[in-house]
Design a protein around this ligand. Structure first.
Ligand code: FAD
Ligand code: SF4
Ligand code: SF4
Length: 443
């Protein structure tokens, strides 16, 4: 794991010279990255910033526990662990259900993220936007881009559902002399970015994050689609939705295939998710200025397409407010107060035990036939947690699942070294400590 450590030491006192001396790793199928199998291919090590990997990487040394102190640096305070909503969603001053009307054609949802990028460029708030277009030869493969025009930002709309080396454009940011930048990315990328922010020579950095969980390499996507979809070649993107179904949007932009979670062969899918994502405790992208996702919004029904559906936004700090005010000025933003319904804890425990037993191989997953899966999904949608409570269900479950997987792989000490305080608080909470202990005792 210390390929970058030698480089960092070599830096010595000569503040900036390392940028000319250090070479990034050349990406390839056989390249070994400092975080080894935990690497999320965030792109940092593909640049001379590999020199800073020991302090910046979300998966080396203190890893994601550094979010605790970075929150203080970025937002002026850590999340308030006595506030249940801050434990779950991170530091915030404002949360809302939001959508654009009209939306952006071809966007993942209503295109809030794309529109923020476009408006920030148009208003001069930033000179460039780091975003993710598609590889010209493979629509589903992410290709990070330093967008200097509105057209380039619009071309990046839509999620390319696999690990993306967004930070590999950092050297280009400096080479082009960019001073005001918007970075769009997921939690592990944002953590590394925040850690090297001081070396970038920027006057202003804005960060718009998306929620992110259970990501994986491009190759794994093929397997996921093959076992999940009846037309794997046609799928452009997919989401695990609040109606307990995976919605797979086809390339025609119209057809949406829906498969209940309970019909998926879970035991065939454990290697589709990257080890980094099984070790991730930053689903909510705690270090971004604004975060946009969908899982905190009640499902509006099968007749409302994702492109007209509410999303949810978390505005964390003053820069986030600047961004959100700019979006409001478009007069296309529809905002509603967040709602929640139900209680999540029993659902979390049930999902955790079922899933963890399959992960350990002590139980074979038994996918339900489609019609039974649909009935179950309908029932759960009626009686299960909704709105922010559904998001909290998903967040708690992922923290607990990842804790158990990491604990078995690396032991308690290493796992605790890596986990932020809020994640430890969830694992140790009265709600979950018994079920966690029970699963650990199983092996
Ligand atoms: P758009 O306007 O369509 O813009 C999408 C933006 O995503 C673009 O700016 C592009 O630069 C960026 N992007 C595309 N692919 C990638 C990539 N591979 N890595 C980083 N950035 C990328 N929300 C949830 O609530 N729960 C989840 O579990 C969840 N998982 C996600 C996983 C990934 C990898 C990503 C990128 C997003 C995820 N989201 C999740 C967020 C959600 O899918 C939408 O991105 C969000 O609601 C914004 O929708 P939009 O219409 O405003 O985005
Ligand atoms: Fe480098 Fe990023 Fe991989 Fe960490 S996750 S080793 S910073 S490329
Ligand atoms: Fe990075 Fe976590 Fe998303 Fe994986 S799940 S890509 S580690 S933010």
């Amino acid at each position: 794991p210390d390929a970058g450590a030698g480089l960092a030491e070599a830096e010595g006192n000569q503040q900036w010279k390392w940028k000319t001396r250090v070479k990034g790793i050349v990406p390839s199928d056989t390249a070994v990255y400092p975080a080894q199998d935990m690497c999320s291919r965030c792109g940092l090590c593909d640049t001379y910033y590999v020199a800073k990997v020991k302090d910046a990487c979300a998966f080396i040394g203190d890893g994601m526990s550094r979010i605790d102190s970075l929150e203080e640096e970025v937002h002026g305070r850590q999340r308030d662990l006595s506030s249940p909503d801050e434990v779950t969603f991170g530091v915030h001053e404002h949360m809302a259900f939001a959508k654009l009307r009209p939306g952006v054609e071809g966007a993942q949802w209503t295109g809030i993220v794309t529109t923020i990028g476009v408006e920030m460029l148009r208003s001069g708030m930033v000179e460039a936007v780091v975003c993710v277009q598609s590889d010209p030869e493979d629509e589903l493969k992410p290709k990070p881009c330093l967008a200097m025009t509105e057209e380039e930002v619009i071309a990046a709309r839509g999620v390319k559902p696999s690990l993306s080396p967004n930070l590999d454009v950092l050297a280009e940011v400096e080479a082009r002399g960019i001073k005001k930048l918007l970075f769009i990315g997921v939690g592990c990328q944002v953590q590394a970015l925040r850690s090297v922010e001081k070396y970038l020579g920027l006057e202003k950095l804005y960060v718009v994050g998306t929620n992110c969980t259970d990501n994986g390499p491009r190759e794994g996507l093929e397997k996921f689609l093959e076992v999940t979809s009846s037309n794997p070649d046609q799928v452009k993107h997919y989401e695990f939705m609040q109606d307990y179904r995976v919605h797979m949007m086809y390339k025609d932009g119209v057809t949406c295939e829906k498969v209940p979670y309970f019909c998926l062969p879970a035991d065939q899918l454990t290697d589709v998710i990257a080890t980094s994502c099984y070790s991730c405790f930053d689903y909510v992208n705690g270090l971004a200025d604004v975060v946009v996702g969908y899982m905190g919004v009640p499902f509006e029904g099968p007749d409302v397409p994702m492109t007209k559906h509410f999303q949810y936004a978390t505005v964390r700090n003053e820069k986030g407010r600047e961004i959100w005010d700019l979006l409001r000025r478009t007069e296309r933003l529809v905002e509603e107060p967040c709602t929640r319904e139900g209680t999540r804890q029993d659902f979390v425990k049930q999902t955790l035990v079922t899933d963890d037993d399959v992960q350990m191989g002590s139980k074979k997953s038994s996918p339900l036939p489609l019609w039974i899966g649909n009935i179950l999904a309908d029932v759960l949608e009626k009686i299960g947690p909704k709105g922010l409570e559904f998001a909290a269900y998903s967040l708690d479950y992922h923290v607990l699942r990842n804790f158990l997987l990491m604990y078995r792989r690396l032991g308690k000490e290493r796992t605790y070294q890596h986990m932020p305080a809020y994640a430890k608080k969830i694992v140790e909470s009265e709600d979950y400590r018994d079920v966690v202990a029970k699963q650990i005792a199983k092996g």
